[in-house]
Design a protein around this ligand. Sequence first.
Ligand code: SF4
Ligand code: SF4
Length: 94
Amino acid sequence: MQCATEYLIRSGVGRENMGKITINEEYCKGCGLCINFCPQKLIRTANQISKPGYHPAELCDLENKCTGCAICAMVCPDVAITVYREKKNVGEKK
Ligand code: SF4
Ligand code: SF4
């Protein structure tokens, strides 16, 4: 069962922008730039090794804090990050 706080966090109620990123492991060389630049500190180094032989970056955003600011994508030298952004009205349920 979902608690009220979890519902608010997951539904984005009260937030104007929600974001999500995907990281292409084939391109990522694990340089860590996106990890250092994410203002929400949502990106970390993955434990697994990618096909090219690096520990790639991965998103860890359990509380849906990504704003879709795209800073991570802008600093990535290997164009490995795609940003998706959804604009929501404050108070909108879904
Ligand atoms: S879009 Fe912004 S908040 Fe989301 S993971 Fe990238 S840098 Fe962090
Ligand atoms: S900046 Fe790009 S290449 Fe560097 S760790 Fe992040 S996704 Fe990988």
